[in-house]
Design a protein around this ligand. Sequence first.
Ligand code: 3NM
Length: 219
Amino acid sequence: MNQYMLKEKMKVYFIMGSTNCSTDAEEVLEKALKGGATLFQFREKGTGCLEGGSRTELAMALQKVCRRYNVPFIINDDIQLMKHLDADGLHVGQEDGDLAEIRKAIPGKLLGVSVHNLKEARHALEVGADYLGVGPIYPTGTKTDTRPVMGYSVIRELRENGIDAPIVGIGGISASNASGVTQAGADGVAVITAISSHQEPDEAAYELLKSVEKGKESN
Ligand code: 3NM
């Protein structure tokens, strides 16, 4: 996938695992993709999450949904699962290991890295990351061990310093504030709650997409 295509896929990046959904995860994903989500990350983490075979089974079921919609399927921080499923890529944070080693371990696959400043962004891209996640943009109750809330400033800073790689903002993003994230220079938004906890995930994804596009137009 070239960078232009990847940036298009970044617009509405839906992330979730079973604990983020109050109804069936496959149904939530299907609706999200129908509504316009452009990328998906399986992130089965936290209290009460699935383990072992049932975790793998859910990942496989969600991968199938993604394939039907031609949406890339990314795995959060689990190289073995990514390889086992031949998923499209892997997303890691700063604490998930040596980035150069991780890059080498998954040739030809998408690699996304969470970054919080210019130094981390430059390092991630030097070792071959394909896209960057920047956050938390706004306060989030979904992840407790985040860095301090940063607003749009880091996204602006990365663009002003010549970083032209695909970027998504993450953390507390909803349809009402997503346009500000893309206006600041991001290619899209990554969300959990805004879609997974919405009564109508398809509407949620559609509204996010509209907000993202509005922000891009005024960029
Ligand atoms: N990473 P919600 S914030 C998974 O700042 C994750 O790196 C973050 O969930 C970071 O859309 C976050 O519900 C949670 O706020 C995003």
